[in-house]
Design a protein around this ligand. Structure first.
Ligand code: NAI
Ligand code: MG
Length: 353
């Protein structure tokens, strides 16, 4: 969508979240001034501090306020003082569901051959995007127990595939591929999940007839993991269900050089989309100033692409490539710089033009 005065809600969150988001905003602010983008930012304090103080996750008033923004930039949530899952469900998943962010977009792009885990596969070969369905499938949360805690216990978890849900994600993948002349690959298990994924297969066949110029192919999820490792160059855009997307994007994160380099977007083009690094709050290194800000900065790059500034998104990526080349990196990537220094180095490259 085209926006005159785009506004971004910033949720730094917990642990290293605020540290890496600071660097992302440093880059965003530079563009904002340099190119008169007129993005407005407003910070929201959600996360462990707020929860531990008064038990609040996202107050209704903040949720309503967030509806008025064009996008959310999120660091990470999660804290050792809060039982696992409370902040993640109460904030992250809450936002994904509230805004019906049905697309989880995960670029898998290796930026430097040095970080390739695959022999003979480099930046030319490892460059594709996973479009993961983000609202239904096996993660819809429908199910139950029978005779819980007994020897006869039954646990059922339902896989939900709706015509509407499957169609919109497949269509999104085709639209995304349309921009880049890419191929769309369907990843499913329709040979075994003969109802749920039969629907996926039929909808895929149907939607593809509307895009006669886009090449397509189809892999079962088990086979695709082998291909992703052996022949990652086969892929441009992979569209898949919630659970398979969860799994293959972790494989993808490793292909692109690990968590420090992986960003994602939770998108609903009609509501509010959310951009974030995929890593968590990393309590083990929080406060030490050594968190790698690249994933958070790549999330900014995705945000700019979403707002049709592919040119700026590309500038960020190129600047990151250069600092990786020069080994101006945090310790997790074998460098000696601090979080802020890495942000500053990227900024320096951008200013050089
Ligand atoms: P994590 O991603 O926070 O950390 C895993 C390992 O990777 C740690 O050793 C950490 O130091 C390292 N790491 C992560 N990001 C890094 C970065 N930018 N630079 C350098 N090293 C980095 O995952 P973990 O430890 O499983 O979870 C920690 C907390 O974060 C938990 O509360 C978890 O629930 C939450 N979490 C939140 C997510 C989110 O907000 N999207 C995603 C994943 C976990
Ligand atoms: Mg995961």
């Amino acid at each position: 969508r085209l926006i005159n005065l785009p506004s971004i809600a910033v949720i730094p969150g917990d642990g290293i979240g605020p540290e890496v988001v600071n660097e992302g905003l440093k880059i965003f602010n530079y563009f904002n001034n340099e190119y008169n983008l007129n993005f407005k930012f407003e910070e929201f304090n959600l996360g462990a501090k707020r929860y531990l103080k008064n038990g609040e996750l996202i107050p209704e008033s903040i949720l309503k306020k967030l509806e008025t923004f064009d996008a959310i930039y999120l660091g990470a949530v999660g804290d050792p003082q809060v039982p696992a899952g409370i902040l993640e469900h109460g904030i992250l998943l809450k936002l994904r569901f509230h805004f019906d962010q049905y697309v989880n977009l995960r670029p898998i792009k290796l930026l430097n051959n040095r970080f390739s885990p695959l022999k003979n596969k480099g930046v030319e070969e490892i460059n594709f995007t996973v479009v993961r369905e983000n609202t239904e499938g096996l993660y819809a949360g429908i199910g139950g127990f029978l005779k819980k805690g007994t020897a006869d216990e039954v646990a059922i978890q339902e896989m939900v595939s709706t015509r509407k849900g499957v169609e919109r994600i497949i269509r999104y993948a085709f639209e995304y591929a349309n921009k880049t002349n890419g191929k769309v690959t369907l990843c499913d298990k329709s040979n075994v999940l003969t109802y749920s994924h039969n629907l996926w297969l039929r909808v895929f066949e149907e939607v593809k007839t509307e895009y006669p110029n886009i090449k397509t192919d189809h892999y079962y999820v088990d086979a695709i993991t082998m291909k992703m490792v052996r022949n990652p160059e086969l892929f441009d855009v992979i569209v898949t269900c919630n659970m398979f997307g969860d799994i293959i994007t972790d494989l993808g994160a490793e292909l692109q050089g690990g968590m420090g380099l992986a960003a994602s977007a939770n998108i609903n083009p009609d509501t509010v989309s959310m951009f974030e690094p995929i890593h968590g709050s990393a309590p083990d290194i929080a406060g030490k100033g050594i968190a790698n800000p690249i994933a958070a900065i790549l999330a900014v790059s995705m945000m700019l692409e979403y707002f049709h500034r592919d040119d700026l998104s590309e500038k960020i990526e190129n600047a990151i490539k250069i600092i990786i080349e020069e080994n101006k990196l945090t310790p997790d990537m074998g460098g000696k710089l601090t979080t802020q220094e890495v942000g500053d180095e990227i900024l320096k490259v951008l200013k050089r033009g």
